[in-house]
Ligand binder design. Structure first.
Ligand code: NAX
Length: 331
């Protein structure tokens, strides 16, 4: 039998946390033969609720779940973890300045970075979900210099999956037959959902999405805005932000990272830019990646036309600006 993997979920008493922890305990994230020990962190006002989640995890009698740590102590939460899913953060409240929200998150991510650096298992893989996800991940990277930068990522897989879903609905095909959409850039409304290289599996082989959806105006207009604005549409409908889809996508992100992407398939991950596709180095930016042996690699050599170029640059500009704002909050 395999040794258990310790998985940290911060913000575990929140709504994504509540959807995510049972998925992890069922093997959705790391596979049906991988035992797990869950570490759940939240803040003191949520301690009682967090303990309720722990009680429910025990009550669900998950065969793969070998232990549960529920705590408000960052050191206890981070100790020995192999995977850290950072969902906890400070939400933007009505009337709050962007800078104030940034400042709260910068201080959270700064201190949690230090705790991970000191107490997590070597080679711990980190996924930041909490917004502003790319910039929180960047702060975490800066304040955990001994964690390899390749181990620090942010979630854009939800946006990626939303794009797959939109194409599947439009073409009336199975979502599992659609692949290789790309989310470029920030997990925000400037992200660029790109189908230039996406394909659909058909009886006569793989067909390019731009060929199957002959309506270029839709692909360059409504498709993009629908994916960009999907989070807001969910809030409008549910009066709560995306939770089950975010949790499921976080599992997809870690699963593919650890267990690998299928041959010929790429996925989107927010990773530390090395300057690929002329994206400024030193940002956490969403790229198309493949994963193998627990390592992601940016897919190289994809063509970027003029329309796409502008969109890649616009979302990079927003991230550069966010980075400057985050740095201005550091004291
Ligand atoms: P909730 O407000 O339901 O839960 C957040 C939890 O974090 C709360 O229980 C809170 O007590 C806890 N928390 C706050 N500060 C903390 C700290 N310093 N340490 C540990 N825990 C802390 O929000 P939820 O809907 O679960 O969303 C969580 C985050 O995910 C938000 O920042 C949200 O914006 C972000 N999202 C990111 C997505 C992505 O694709 N990257 C999509 C979904 C989601 O909107």
């Amino acid at each position: 039998a395999k040794d258990p993997v310790r998985v940290l979920v911060t913000g575990a008493a929140g709504q994504i946390g509540y959807a995510l922890v049972p998925m992890i305990a069922r093997g959705v994230m790391l596979g049906p033969d991988q035992p797990v020990i869950l570490h759940m962190l939240d803040i003191p006002p949520a301690a009682e609720s967090l303990n309720g989640v722990k009680m429910e995890l025990i009550d669900a009698a998950f065969p793969l779940l070998k232990g549960v740590v529920a705590t408000t102590d960052v050191v206890e939460a981070c100790t020995g973890v192999n995977i850290a899913v950072m969902v906890g953060g400070f939400p933007r409240k009505e009337g709050m300045e962007r800078k104030d929200v940034m400042s709260k998150n910068v201080s959270i991510y700064k201190s949690q970075a230090s705790a991970l650096e000191q107490y997590a298992a070597t080679n711990c893989k980190v996924l930041v979900v909490a917004n502003p996800a790319n910039t929180n991940a960047l702060i975490l990277k800066e304040y955990a210099p001994s964690i390899p930068e390749k181990n620090i990522t942010c979630l854009t897989r939800l946006d990626h999956n939303r794009a797959l879903g939109q194409i599947s609905e439009r073409l009336n095909v199975q979502v599992s037959d659609v692949k290789n959409v790309i989310i470029w850039g920030n997990h925000s409304s400037t992200q660029y959902p790109d189908v230039s290289h996406a394909t659909v599996k058909t009886e006569s082989g793989e067909k390019p999405v731009p060929e199957l959806v002959s309506d270029e105006a839709w692909l360059r207009g409504e498709f993009i805005t629908t994916v960009q604005q999907r989070g807001a549409a969910i809030i409008k409908a549910r009066k709560l932000s995306s939770a089950l889809s975010a949790a499921s996508s976080a599992c997809d992100h870690i699963r593919d990272w650890v267990l690998g992407t299928p041959e010929g398939t790429f996925v989107s991950m927010g990773v530390y830019s090395d300057g690929s596709y002329n994206v400024p180095a030193g940002l956490i930016y969403s790229f198309p990646v493949t994963c193998r042996d627990g390592q992601w690699t940016i897919v190289q050599g994809l063509s970027v036309d003029e329309f796409s170029r502008k969109k890649l640059d616009a979302t990079a500009a927003e991230l550069t600006e966010e980075k400057a704002l985050a740095y201005s909050c550091l004291t």
